[in-house]
Design a protein. Structure first.
Lengths: 339, 297
């Protein structure tokens, strides 16, 4: 049963990857400019080089063979050169990607820690003043444009009060050697004398972007947990459990919570792509050196190989997270395995 | 409505009236509807209502403060920007861009989604399975990323953004419409209609569509709030509407240099984006609740 399910998933993920690479591959043709330049990323191609390059990238062969050559290059880690820096795209992505992951994971964590309890509270006390207040605030926060919200917080905390920094991951005075690419683990792994100060500074830089980025997922989490809990509380097994004489807390924990959180797991996967989109905007505003800012810079510079690579990486991340949450959901929920 | 009911009367009102009755009871939703109508009117009539030409630069009145401050002029309620253009006229004109174009993209996307969703919903077997996989792919790519790629191919600009957002919204519409159609097709009344000899088209036109349009409206409101936010975000990032256009996101990006001097030039367009999205969300939530309550009754 489970094996069959995993096979189906594996087939699906394979199909999606193929379709995604086809899309990325076709972009070299869709983007303006010379195909060879777009594929290789070389800004100036000498005439004597040209023939070799055309053969290397299999551009003289059929589209199918070109695509296969492209797949081979992707798997070998040859993603072409960035127009602007003439560095390999893949190494640039590896350099900026952890920053995005770090920001997104803290925001996601924050949205869990805040969103689930608040959502449960709003569902259990749906008619009380606090419950209604939570729902109202959620609706308001759900409608805020993220870039404006970020600017408001910057105006308040950085410009007016002057308590938080506006840009970057850490003060440039701190010299943190890169090992993992994640700022906080890097600080703890390094052997520098000023660890405590660096940690504090990194946290201060992290606070505003993480709060801004967490706003949307938190509201979605609250709304979703609330709706899901309200739906569960109306089920007859809840009445049965009450009728058996279980206390309110027991019913909520054993029968309500477990069933209500099942769809929430799935929601994480669905919201992840929105989270990445918002992370890109947040990165631009806070000059956070992640893949979002890098990708947007690539667009301003018409850096097509970089856009292609960025698309591939970001979409793969979203697909993998989607798949993982779906598998988790299935593991926890036997009812979902049939579909 | 009569206050006392002397006799037992069965109330058989049309579905629309019932929906409106349930909708009316939610004050927040009605407030949302009022705000929504306000923005809609502003979108249509902005060119007639603006007190000044939104693109006219007045070198004598650069960076005028809003009229509530001592340095402000009452003719310029929200002051002027760094080129001496009246902020209020620009904000009003901006409704046409941000709100109006969001409406256009959603309507366009809805129509395309309806056609594709109907094809997907009415088909079975391998065709439908392939369609699902393609949709799954399209749904995994973040809408803004998709829009950014389309803009990268086509080049920045308001019309390219419109296309990009239309295409980015399409997958969720197709997905939602397909599911709604397939749910409806399982109903007994559809089977009965088929037994009467109805063709696929007749089933779709007379049995399915009248039963999913509410669902469509709720989907459209959700898409509208996404569209407004995406247009403003793309404008803010410099990928959508370009500088002289008074799109709200562009206006915020323009005012960034003046964040110390004129914070209101950032705050006001943001409030409008926020208010328009909030009104759409209030209406959408209200509609959903009203639909649920009507079903229960």
């Amino acid at each position: 049963m489970m094996l069959h399910y995993f096979l189906r998933r594996a087939f699906l993920i394979g199909f999606v990857f193929v379709a995604l690479t086809v899309l990325a591959f076709s972009l070299s043709y869709l983007f303006p400019g010379d195909v060879l330049t777009n594929v290789s990323g070389l800004s100036s191609i000498q005439p004597e080089q040209q023939q070799n390059l055309i053969q290397y990238y299999a551009l003289d062969q059929s589209l199918l063979q070109q695509y296969i050559a492209y797949l081979n290059r992707i798997l070998d880690g040859e993603w072409g050169l960035s127009f602007s820096s003439q560095q390999p795209v893949l190494s640039e992505i590896i350099a900026v990607f952890p920053a995005t992951l770090e920001l997104a994971s803290y925001a996601l964590l924050l949205s869990f820690v805040l969103g689930i309890p608040l959502g449960l509270f709003a569902a259990v006390k749906a008619d009380s003043f606090l419950g209604k207040l939570i729902s109202a605030i959620t609706l308001v926060a759900y409608s805020i444009p993220i870039f404006w919200w970020a600017l408001l917080l910057i105006m308040l905390f950085s410009l007016t009060l002057g308590v938080l920094p506006t840009a970057g991951r850490i003060n440039v005075l701190f010299d943190i050697p890169t090992t993992t690419g994640f700022m906080l683990p890097d600080i703890w792994l390094s052997d520098i004398a000023y660890k405590a100060e660096a940690t504090q500074d990194a946290l201060r830089h992290l606070l505003l972007p993480a709060v801004v980025l967490a706003t949307y997922p938190t509201t979605v989490m609250i709304r979703f947990t609330r709706d899901s809990m309200l739906a569960v509380l109306e089920q007859s097994y809840i009445k049965t459990a009450r009728a058996k004489g279980l206390s309110r807390a027991q019913v909520l924990y054993h029968h309500g919570l477990r069933n209500a959180l099942l769809p929430v797991i799935r929601q994480i996967g669905l919201q992840f792509s929105t989270l990445i989109t918002l992370a890109m905007i947040t990165e631009v505003i806070f000059s956070w050196p992640g893949i979002g800012q890098w990708l947007l810079d690539s667009i301003y510079q018409r850096n097509y190989p970089a856009i292609q690579g960025g698309l591939l990486v970001v979409s793969c991340l979203v697909i993998v997270v989607n798949m993982l949450t779906e598998i988790l959901h299935t593991l926890f929920n036997p009812l979902a395995r049939k579909a | 409505m009569k206050k006392f009911r002397l006799y037992f009367e069965e109330q058989n009102r049309g579905p629309l009236t019932q929906l409106w009755q349930q909708f009316q009871r939610q004050h927040a939703a009605v407030l949302g509807l009022v705000m929504f109508s306000f923005f809609l009117l502003l979108t249509i009539f902005a060119p007639l209502l603006t007190p000044h030409n939104p693109y006219l630069q007045n070198p004598d009145l650069l960076l005028l403060a809003p009229s509530w401050s001592d340095q402000g002029l009452v003719q310029y309620p929200f002051g002027t920007d760094d080129l001496g253009r009246d902020l209020m006229s620009r904000l009003m004109k901006g409704a046409t861009y941000t709100f109006g174009i969001a409406l256009v993209t959603v309507i366009g996307s809805l129509l395309m989604g309806l056609a594709l969703g109907a094809m997907a919903g009415m088909s079975k077997g391998v065709k439908s399975s392939i369609f699902n996989h393609v949709l799954d792919l399209a749904l995994t790519i973040p809408s803004l990323l998709l829009a950014i790629i389309i803009v990268a191919v086509l080049g920045p600009g308001l019309w390219n953004t419109t296309w990009a957002i239309m295409l980015a919204l399409l997958p969720q519409f197709v997905h939602g419409i397909r599911n709604a159609i397939q749910d409806t097709l399982k109903q007994d009344y559809v089977a009965a209609y088929r037994l009467d000899g109805a063709s696929n088209w007749q089933v779709l036109r007379y049995a399915v569509l009248p039963n999913i349009w509410e669902h469509l409206t709720v989907m459209a409101t959700m898409a509208l709030s996404t569209a407004i936010l995406d247009i403003a975000a793309l404008g803010f990032l410099g990928l959508g509407a370009q500088a002289p256009t008074s799109e709200w996101g562009v206006m915020i990006a323009d005012a960034l240099d003046l964040i110390y001097l004129a914070p209101w030039a950032i705050a006001l367009p943001g409030i409008l984006v926020f208010a328009s999205v909030l009104s759409v969300n209030l209406v959408g939530d209200g509609l959903r609740t009203a639909m649920k309550k009507r079903r229960e009754n």
